[in-house]
Write a protein that binds this ligand. Sequence first.
Ligand SMILES: [Zn+2]
Length: 424
Amino acid sequence: MDLVVRNASLPDGRRQIDIAIDQGRIAAVGERLAVNAAREIDAEGDLVTPPFVDAHFHMDATLSYGLPRVNRSGTLLEGISLWGELKPELTQDALIERAMQYCDWAVARGLLAIRSHVDICDDRLLAVEALLEVRRRVAPYLDLQLVAFPQDGILRSPTALANLKRAIGMGVDVVGGIPHFERTMAEGAASVRLLCEFAAERGLRVDMHCDESDDPMSRHIETLAFETQRLGLQGRVAGSHLTSMHSMDNYYVSKLLPLIAESGVAAIANPLINITLQGRHDSYPKRRGMTRVPELLAAGVDVAFGHDCVMDPWYGLGSGDMLEVAHMGLHVAQMTGQEAMHQCFLAVTETPARILGLEDYGIAPGCHADLVLLDAGSTVEAIRLRAARRMVIRRGQVVSESPRSRATLHLPGRPAATAFRLER
Ligand SMILES: [Zn+2]
């Protein structure tokens, strides 16, 4: 064996587990494995998880914070006008450099798979070319999946459809959309039909920005579920944001939830951004705006949490930490029950892996040897502490290391240090 990780706790609750790795894959998982390996890592009882997965991101805008100026008001509207000022100034080299830097942060956070939308409404398709280059460069250590995203509307923008087809032809993986931004409800529904038919024809996955609005009448998720079922796209379609569901009439939602579940459409909430941008037209009470996460889960729908933005015109915070995303999602959705907190961890690991269609993901024999050793004993403690990533392993190789979180104390009669973990 090349490597064995000993005495790990696993996300499913198993403890004192050894994981043997050979030639980039997991060879065996069990208690006290009798194997010799070139290298041994002692997890010391800490949590070892498959890597974090971000189901929703915008890598073409990331780390552009302050270019050409900062978003003073912190609002969506100023963010959109800022993006408009920045777009003509973008160069491919600078975009690649920022994306590569973000991928460094991601790896250091144990985030080894990202689905990024890329704006295809610029006729030069400069961002598409740049992110295809980034995808090629990071492939040895990070899976980058790209979504052709018509930011200005596939029907509303005169060149968007042709650009989207070109982007897919160049190698972009997934068909995107933004039905609530089309000119009318009918045009929004038409855009969903058109894009789903295109995806079905080409055998592609679909991920739309869908109903990112506080308007309770924004019901494009209904059309997305219907078209998914009609075209046999079950398990390959995701609705991102779905924030209008927060504001919808409860009776209508009681009809909608089973339709979504039946269609096999997954939901992707973006807690950091949804709690920041939604409800902005409200006085008090102020809506939270995140979609109905516990209710979707209870209906049997896959729900993932995405980061959406890091240091871009819309959001000046973030560092690629999916535990911060899970932490916010847990709070906004009030998912404080034991099982619910664990589900928030799955929403940034297993569930998005399934939505992206990642192959051989997990901790079982035959899976890729992609692992993260956390400075925490359980999934809930990992979220509580936004735990340090002691080690990040990709295909059996250690690609990043961080020290445990520990503070030295200078207090009379108290211990010399604390690690923020309950000692029992
Ligand atoms: Zn987005």
